[in-house]
Design a protein around this ligand. Sequence first.
Ligand SMILES: [Zn+2]
Ligand SMILES: [Zn+2]
Length: 275
Amino acid sequence: MMTKESIYNVRELEPGLYRIGNSAVFMDLIVGSHHALLFDTGYGYGDLKAVVRSITDKPLYVVNSHGHVDHACGNQAFGGAYIHPLDMELCREHNGPQMRRAELDMAEVPPDFDLDAHLGLGPGELKPVGEGDTFDLGGVTLQVIHLPGHTAGSIGLWCPEKKLLYVGDAMNCFVWLFLPEARELATYIRTLHKAARLPFTHMLQSHEPDPVPKRKLWDYLDLAEHLDFEAGTVVPAPFGVESEVRICTRGGLHYDDRSHPGFAAIMISREKVRK
Ligand SMILES: [Zn+2]
Ligand SMILES: [Zn+2]
């Protein structure tokens, strides 16, 4: 029988580290000896809390990587979340009925989905968190790393014990830097260098099912530092963005050629390059 939980699939990467997937969105649950932490709450469909509680009954920290609709719209079931202050307003906007409605086709919803109840959900209580704050889960710690670019308040969580960096949407092989809330390309480049200085072996990205080796950072950096906006492919500006938007790829690869080992792309608006 389909249940409110079964739109989620749970994968245990190693003891205490779980990835919870709903369509193309992945959330992470990290369980220590006395606390657990959920990084992102997704679109808020179904019953994510029941999924988390089927894995651990430990006191839970809930943290948003950033304020976007696919990362922070399940907050209310947990009473709220920690988020960087620079993304709080964005998070409130994306928790509103307009954004929730616009994203309805993007992921699987349960069979008994209650649209009105979903549209009425809010962000819950948003609590500030920032650079250097640390969540001690017992035997495993997660340190907040500010990673602006995709949004102003994007954060990552660095886990020194597991040598992992949870990055949300802050860096990946198809990073979005075209939305109004994105920062300029130079900020994204500084963020990549900052991540590169941290000791870790793999990144966990919100839209990539598997851990990504750290060396991919150099592909992202190579593209970002040599970005040729004029050589990019013009795309119809999504979400009503007014500036011209292009997809720029590394080495002139086609933007659909994601299986190429050196692939990296940045979808960016002209104004974010110029600044
Ligand atoms: Zn995002
Ligand atoms: Zn996302």
